[in-house]
Design a protein around this ligand. Structure first.
Ligand SMILES: Nc1ncnc2c1ncn2[C@@H]1O[C@H](COP(=O)(O)OP(=O)(O)O)[C@@H](O)[C@H]1O
Ligand SMILES: [Mg+2]
Length: 283
């Protein structure tokens, strides 16, 4: 375990096999280009630099407070980097508004579930899909044909998505009455309703038991098989090992490793960063 004392692996040179299986070549989808983000004196992201390639499942891991969620927030337009820039589909998105980035095809879920608790599962998804509706407020008010068609298509799509994530039997139940695991799935379905090319999941398996985690892995693979690139934030090392093509590790805002799961698992800096969490999580 301790013999790898060299620099963290640079994926552009060493990681090529990671995405061969996806046949898409190595087309960059998201480029986090030397991003630094400060909150007052706290450097939440310190010159973080990595690329996410089309078709892959990239794990973003690291201990609590490492900067994982901040990275998502910078990508999705919630926070602006102090330095550096982020490009999505070749376009600079630093400084762009949240809804604009959603329209470009990036969707996310949150570490803390954010559903409308009183709305049904179906309604929660339809709200998510609204980001893409083209009808104006006026045609919606008067329920003009285009709006009616979109409503109908929206309903069909929402049902399909609920089925896809495996909770179609709960479609008419209020979100607050769903189990925790079902709520997590509903959040994923809602994110998918915006037709993303990139889905960012912030600790989607937090609080899951091993069986639920395994089911979630299957869902993540199924999402990727639909052609959606996935960025997965996870604290549980074992979970990311099982599903990711490549892993980026953050610690105290800095990238400390970037490579294939097998390489990252052996990296002494990663092992050290994870000391202090139960052995189970490092296995
Ligand atoms: N809005 C904020 N204001 C001030 N500090 C923040 C804010 N958001 C995150 N931080 C700090 O940035 C660091 C990284 O946090 P975060 O990205 O949430 O870590 P992770 O998701 O890896 O657990 C932490 O030190 C955290 O306290
Ligand atoms: Mg977090």
């Amino acid at each position: 375990m301790g013999e790898t004392v060299q620099q963290p692996t640079v994926p552009e040179q060493a990681g090529a096999p990671a995405v061969e299986s996806t046949a898409g070549g190595r087309e960059p989808l998201l480029e986090v280009d030397h991003v630094t983000l400060r909150f007052g004196g706290v450097v939440a992201l310190d010159d973080v630099d990595f690329t996410l390639y089309k078709g892959e499942i990239l794990g973003l891991i690291g201990p609590n407070g490492a900067g994982k969620t901040t990275c998502f927030n910078a990508m999705t337009g919630i926070y602006q980097p102090s330095q550096g820039e982020i490009r999505f589909r070749g376009q600079r998105i630093t400084g762009k508004k949240k809804h604009h980035i959603t329209k470009m095809g990036m969707a996310r879920t949150f570490q803390n579930i954010r559903l409308f608790p009183e709305m049904t599962a179906l309604e929660n998804i339809q709200v998510g899909a609204d980001a893409h509706h083209k009808t104006s407020v006026i045609s919606a008010l008067f329920r003009l044909p285009r709006h009616r068609r979109e409503e109908r298509d929206g309903l069909e799509k929402a049902k399909r998505l609920l089925d896809f994530v495996g909770i179609s039997d709960r479609m008419h139940d209020a979100a607050r009455n769903l189990s925790y695991g079902e709520q997590r799935r509903l959040e994923i379905a809602r994110a998918l309703a915006t037709d993303p090319v990139l889905l960012c999941l912030d600790e989607p398996a937090a609080g899951f038991n091993p069986a639920e985690k395994e089911e979630l892995l299957q869902l993540i693979r199924k999402i990727r098989d639909q052609g959606v690139t996935v960025l997965l934030i996870e604290h549980d090392m074992r979970l990311v090992m099982g599903v990711t093509d490549r892993i980026v590790v953050l610690e105290f805002g800095k990238k400390i490793a970037d490579g294939l799961p097998a390489e990252v698992r052996e990296d002494h800096r990663v092992i050290a960063a994870y000391l202090g969490v139960p052995d189970d999580d490092v296995a």
